[in-house]
Design a protein around this ligand. Structure first.
Ligand SMILES: Nc1ncnc2c1ncn2[C@@H]1O[C@H](COP(=O)(O)OP(=O)(O)O)[C@@H](O)[C@H]1O
Ligand SMILES: [Mg+2]
Length: 349
């Protein structure tokens, strides 16, 4: 493995997943991909609750995948992470950094002293009263939730070099797939419990929403309504795609229909909110990724609800493929799963 490498570690809600990218003059190469399924209850709503079980899985991931080092970039995405567009009085960047906690306190449902804050400037503007303003995205994450992820990785012997917003990782991984084909695009990464939505325009993120919804809602619904254990419900959910017309699966199919429609409505609501506040830059296309994006007919459903084309995001579109040990079929299979860890690693390059 030549040259410099970076590892992105995605502590998801049902799986821990990491990729190693190497980079040099020839471009960026995918060197390693690995994942380990987390036990039920290790992570709740995107937050680590069982530290020992999760770090055990991370140790296993490192042992099984053969990464060349243990320095990682990790992501955060849960209900204690807030991202919103905000106009602040214009000021120099240094001053902004120092006064951010004070500036944004009124906009946060949490105490800014307990939060990790960041502000991503998007544009300068003059408000109707003639005052110079700086418009940007405020990211506020509860310190506890960030530290829980960091400690968990450290407990597994990993060295966390930085923490990134999971949605920004998705943008980094999939935004490049858009070779100026569209100006404004929504990226939606669907996990088991958490879905990250990011809308970007002209290369800049405009809107981020973290939904506490995902593929597990469908599995839970099947288990509940059909009275079967979760493991069986998960298998039935995945089978629907292969035999959608089967009579045995008719009841499962109905649950999938109902719950995926609820999910699509929620996503549509977020995109409507974006459109209402950004009338000049309508979403022209959607790319989806994450294990939950494999749900039967989700792509079609989303397309008919939003009336824009929906495509599968490909985080490997701009990567060379190194000696990962995965064959073409396996690479194809992991493609939708790699958006977050690839984006995290790209952030370190
Ligand atoms: N073939 C499939 N059909 C439907 N759902 C799937 C399929 N494969 C994976 N999923 C769902 O993807 C979700 C996990 O998404 P993933 O991105 O892998 O994990 P995480 O929750 O850690 O982000 C689970 O809810 C799982 O049921
Ligand atoms: Mg995920």
């Amino acid at each position: 493995m030549a040259g410099k490498t970076a590892i992105g570690l995605d502590i998801g809600t049902s799986v821990v997943r990491a990729v190693e990218l190497s980079y040099g003059r020839g471009g960026i190469t995918l060197e390693r991909f690995g994942q380990v399924v987390l036990p039920e209850g290790a992570i709740r709503d995107g937050e680590v609750v069982d530290m020992e079980a999760t770090s055990q899985c991370l140790r296993q991931l490192w042992k099984a995948t053969g990464f060349s080092h243990n320095r990682v970039v990790i992501g955060v995405a849960n209900q204690r992470v807030i991202v919103r567009q905000l106009d602040l009085p214009w000021m120099e960047r240094d001053e902004l950094r120092e006064s951010l906690a004070f500036q944004v306190q009124d906009y946060l449902p949490i105490d800014s002293a307990q939060a990790v804050l960041d502000f991503f400037p998007l544009e300068e503007l003059i408000d109707p009263a003639g005052a110079r303003k700086l418009r940007g995205l405020l990211v506020a994450a509860s310190r506890d939730t960030v530290l829980a992820n960091v400690r968990c990785a450290e407990r597994a012997g990993l060295n966390v070099t930085s923490v990134d917003l999971t949605s920004f990782a998705v943008l980094r991984a999939l935004g490049k797939q858009n070779r100026a084909e569209v100006e404004t695009e929504a990226l939606i990464d669907v996990g088991a419990r958490v879905t990250n939505i990011v809308v970007y325009s002209g290369g800049m993120p405009r809107f981020v929403r973290i939904l506490l919804m995902g593929g597990q809602d469908v599995t839970d619904g099947i288990a509940e309504r059909l009275g079967v254990p979760l493991g069986q419900a998960e298998a039935l959910k995945q089978q629907v795609a292969y035999a959608p017309a089967s009579e045995d699966l008719a009841a499962v199919s109905r649950v999938v229909d109902v719950i995926s429609q609820e999910f699509v409505d929620e996503v549509r609501g977020s995109l409507d909110y974006y459109s209402a506040s950004n009338p000049g830059a309508p979403v022209e296309r959607i790319l989806i990724s994450g294990g939950g994006s494999r749900l039967h007919r989700l792509v079609e459903r989303l397309a008919s609800s939003t009336r824009v084309p929906v495509l599968a995001g490909d985080p490997m579109a701009n990567l060379r493929i190194g000696r990962t040990g995965l064959d073409d079929a396996q690479l194809d299979f992991v493609k939708p799963l790699a958006a977050v860890p690839v984006g995290l690693a790209l952030g370190a390059i």
